[in-house]
Design a protein around this ligand. Structure first.
Ligand code: S3P
Length: 167
C-alpha cells in the first residue's frame, strides 16, 4: 500500500504522515528530504542556485524513485501535485489524501514557520496572506483530485487509516 499525503505548506502533511506510519506500521518518506539527499543541498539552496523549475524536475524524480517501495506513507511537498502529471501518477499507484485547510489556518501555522520555505520566507504578513490565497486558488483543483479529502484542522488519524484501508 502506498499512501500519498498532499496539501498546502502548513497543512500538517509531515505530522499526519508520521502518525499514520505508526498506526499502519508503514515506513514514512518525505519527498523534500529525498530531493535534498539527491542534490546534497537544502530546498532553499536548490531554489537559489538552480531555480524552481529544476526543483520541480527533482521532485518528480523523487516521486518516481518510490516505485519499488510497495508499502510506504509519502509526505509530499506542497507544490508537487500541481506539476507535470504527478497527481494522476499518485492516483494510479496509490491512495491520495488531501489535507484541506482554509487560508486563515494556513496563515496562522505558517507566519512563524517560513524559514526553509523559499516561496514564502521573505514575505511579510500581508504578502503571505495574499500568497496563500492566490496559490490555493490555483492549486485547489489539483489537490481536489485526491481520492480522500479530510479537514486539516481536525485530523483523526485512526479513522483516516480506516478510510485508507477501506478505499
Ligand atoms: C513548496 C512546499 C515545500 C517545498 C518547497 C515548495 C510548495 O514543502 O517542497 O518549499 O511549492 O508549496 P512543504 O509543503 O512540505 O512545506
Amino acid at each position: 500500500m502506498k499512501v500519498f499525503l498532499i496539501g498546502y505548506m502548513g497543512s500538517g502533511k509531515s505530522k499526519v504522515a508520521e502518525a499514520l506510519g505508526k498506526i499502519m506500521d508503514l515506513p514514512v518518506v518525505h519527498t523534500d528530504e529525498l530531493v535534498e539527499e539527491a542534490e546534497g543541498k537544502s530546498i532553499s539552496e536548490i531554489f537559489k542556485t538552480s531555480g524552481q523549475e529544476h526543483f520541480r524536475d527533482l521532485e518528480k524524480k523523487a516521486l518516481h524513485s518510490l516505485a519499488e517501495n510497495n508499502n510506504v506513507v509519502v509526505s509530499t511537498g506542497g507544490g508537487l501535485p500541481c506539476y507535470f502529471d504527478n497527481m494522476e501518477y499518485m492516483n494510479a499507484v496509490g491512495v491520495t489524501v488531501y489535507l484541506e485547510a482554509n487560508p486563515g489556518l494556513l496563515f496562522h501555522r505558517l507566519s512563524n514557520n517560513k524559514t526553509g520555505r523559499p516561496l514564502i520566507e521573505n514575505l511579510n504578513d500581508v504578502e503571505l496572506m495574499e500568497q496563500i490565497s492566490g496559490q490555493l486558488a490555483v492549486r485547489s483543483p489539483f489537490y481536489k483530485k485526491a481520492q480522500i479529502i479530510i479537514n486539516a484542522a481536525s485530523v483523526d488519524v485512526k479513522s483516516l487509516s480506516q478510510l485508507i484501508i477501506n478505499h
